[in-house]
Design a protein around this ligand. Structure first.
Ligand code: MOS
Length: 690
């Protein structure tokens, strides 16, 4: 029996629930020091003096690092990581000092005693599509064209008998993994060891080695367990540099630094708010002739991050005339970064709500409208899709959800005082294999060991990688040990872009084949073989994506406007599913995060101060158990031979794509109120109720 496809329980599960799994901050070390950052209280300015004496005399404070006392970094090319290097303040919450003490409480107390004198410069922290300084970035994350223009959008819109022209807005969102960004660091004998909560030990090592001017082999990064990342631990942020700096300033003593929940709101990245001007042109039977999407979003003046929001609009539906643009406002704000499905997640909100509006305008069922606009080939590249089962997802989802009985009229079903409606939206996420991940297979004492510097964010890598290895070696999965999360193992690429299983799994399959080729079925103790992933040549010939259909039911109280989502149902075509248990958990988690985006999450930035005012979990609302009712994730039996040797596509992110649009479309069907800016809250719905 093959191990792939079995719902095996998590190998790390018992360690976690019993508390035996050590996270970065808990790394057992002797006599650690603790760090607490001092943050700027203005959004832009220049430090004129820092008064550290009061903190320094506090019993237990060991050191206070400032731009005057911190070491000069070897590379300051990444301005976000160039901490404590100069007097400039680029955003509110930026680190201007670091207190190092014998306990975390003393460090925190000390940080409060550090006083910073500064001249405050005028700052600008307000995103608007009407700014006259919006600019076109050279590329969008990570290296896609900023704009695309095919055909003649304006002429096609002018000629279209039916048009939808609306502006949609998604909010600013902050990643809030359970485990904060945390590091234990030790500088010893010219080598740096970081036990860091990260999505990639090797990428993290490469970055830190560059920043400190060290050969990479003198930096070791260890990370067996991660309490969630969602992209916010995909790239090292300033906290990791600070921990390493503190360790280097105190050789031989381990130091610990964990961001507080509040500090995570300015130091760990966030999803940029987006403004999406969406234009659709269609003929009377709903065939799209024109798709236009002009995105305005923010970046930090300190460092550019240009989210690739318009990407899915380029490939999702057939239309001969298409134009997409991205424009940025560079603001005096913290640096935006990755958050679960950057690009696709916000980028499927405007288009999928616009499709719902178009369906209403035409009197065509929204499921049917999407099916009518199914492209024969990828509209962007002209290549065939390696597999595209969106239509099947829509049909299967409609069947399971009970869509057929739906009365298309909005705002007409009242049950016990609640207006009830249903909505649909499509999902998409690219399928990729990252080149440059190496896996090693070794035979030891009658068992197989697989080593690869992969990361398990809670996603299931500890469990699914042995399944892949067991099948590739043709041995029971229980005969395979897996070793991940340490730069001592072969180099692996980041757990990001839903590439982990596909990439590391490919390396493992190829290493297993190399092993069998070399040693046959009766290896000796110590035999080993390795393999490294390469660019998938099929990616030049095929467009490769996972697809999905999301269905939502919304109930809105006719008197109070209270919004409930009793049902979410997703059907995905995401290639071969390696482990149904961990896969379902990923998809349900993504959908729940999408529900949270639809109804709750909203980082409120006060432009007067450049500050996210709701910077804690009391005020930044995340969907909790009581908000999440019946959530179902299903998938089609799909195996795609082109995407990789496993036939699997990524599943970490697609679950969040389209969910918010499905909820907004359901709220419209329930009430007749069309909400175009997230989140959907009572204050927006109430005035529009019938
Ligand atoms: Mo994910 S935002 O690609 O780590």
């Amino acid at each position: 029996m093959t191990a792939i496809g079995q719902p095996l329980v998590r190998r790390d599960g018992a360690h976690k629930v019993t508390g035996a799994a050590t996270y970065a901050f808990e790394t057992p070390v002797s006599a650690p020091l603790f760090c607490h950052p001092v943050q700027s209280t203005v959004a832009r300015g220049r430090i004129t003096a820092i008064h550290t004496a009061e903190a320094e005399v506090l019993d237990g404070v060991v050191d206070v690092l400032t731009y005057r006392t911190a070491e000069r970094l070897a590379s300051t090319d990444d301005a976000e990581l160039a901490v404590l290097q100069d007097r400039d303040i680029a955003f509110r919450g930026q680190v201007v000092g670091l207190v190092i003490a014998e306990t975390s409480e003393i460090a925190r107390h000390g940080a409060e005693l550090v006083l910073v004198d500064h001249v405050e410069h005028e700052h600008d922290a307000e995103l608007s599509e009407h700014r006259d300084d919006l600019y076109k970035p050279a590329k969008v994350n990570p290296s896609f064209p900023t704009d695309t223009d095919v055909g003649d959008l304006d002429a096609a819109l002018a000629a279209a008998p039916v048009r939808i022209e609306q502006t949609y807005r998604t909010a600013m969102y902050h990643n809030n993994p359970l485990e904060p960004h945390a590091t234990t660091a030790l500088w010893d004998h010219d080598s740096l060891t970081l036990w860091d909560s990260t999505q990639g030990v090797h990428p993290s090592r490469a970055t830190l080695a560059t920043v400190f001017g060290l050969p990479p082999e003198r930096v070791r990064v260890v990370c067996p367990f991660v309490g969630g990342g969602f992209g916010s631990k995909g790239l090292p942020h300033a906290n990791v540099v600070l921990a390493a700096m503190a360790a280097r300033a105190h050789p031989g003593r381990p130091v610990k630094l964990a961001l507080t929940r509040q500090q995570m709101f300015s130091l760990a990245g966030y999803r940029t708010p987006t403004i999406q001007r969406m234009r659709l042109g269609a003929d009377r039977d709903g065939r799209l002739t024109a798709i236009g999407l002009d995105v305005v979003e923010q970046t930090a003046r300190l460092k550019e991050f240009a989210e690739q929001t318009a990407l899915p609009a380029r490939m999702m539906y057939a239309a001969p005339h298409r134009r997409t643009t991205h424009r940025l406002a560079a603001l005096d704000v913290p640096v935006p970064s990755w958050m679960r499905a950057p690009g696709e997640c916000p980028g499927m909100f405007g288009p999928e709500v616009a499709m719902d509006e178009l369906a209403g305008e035409l009197g065509v069922d929204p499921v049917e409208l999407r099916i009518r606009n199914e492209p024969a080939v990828d509209p962007e590249s002209g290549n065939p899709f390696s597999s595209r089962h969106l239509v099947e997802c829509l049909r299967e989802g409609a069947r399971r959800f009970g869509w057929e009985a739906r009365d298309p009229r909005p705002g007409v079903r009242l049950e016990d005082g609640w207006l009830v409606g249903t909505g649909v939206a499509a999902s998409v996420y690219p399928s990729r294999v990252n080149p440059g991940s190496t896996a090693l297979v070794r035979f030891e004492h009658g068992r197989y060991a697989v080593e690869i510097g992969a990361a398990d964010l809670g996603t299931g890598a500890w469990t699914v990688l042995p399944q892949i290895a067991g099948d590739a070696l043709d041995v029971p999965v229980d005969d395979v040990d897996i070793r991940i999360g340490d730069t001592r193992y072969p180099k692996a690429t980041v757990a990001g872009g839903s590439t982990g299983t596909a990439t590391w799994g490919t390396a493992i399959v190829e290493a297993a084949r190399a092993f069998r080729d070399k040693f046959g079925r009766t290896p000796s103790h110590g035999d080993e073989a390795e393999a490294t992933t390469e660019k998938n040549p099929e990616a030049q010939r095929y467009a490769m994506y996972a697809f999905g259909a999301q269905f939502a039911e919304a109930r809105v109280h006719a008197d109070t406007g209270e919004i409930r989502v009793p049902r979410l149902l997703g059907v995905f075509a995401a290639g071969r599913i390696v482990n149904p248990r961990t896969a379902r958990s990923q998809l349900l988690g993504g959908m729940t995060m999408g529900l949270s985006m639809a109804l709750h999450e909203d980082s409120v930035l006060d432009p007067r101060f450049g500050h996210v005012v709701n910077h804690d979990l009391a005020e930044y609302h995340v969907s909790v158990n009581a908000d999440v009712a019946d959530v179902q994730a299903h998938w089609l039996d799909e195996r795609d031979e082109h995407v990789n040797v496993l036939g699997s596509k990524g599943i970490g992110e697609i679950g969040i794509v389209g969910t918010a649009a499905a909820v907004v479309n359901a709220v419209h069907h329930a009430t007749g109120a069309r909400i175009r800016d997230l989140p959907v809250t009572v204050d927006k719905v109430l005035p529009a109720l019938p």
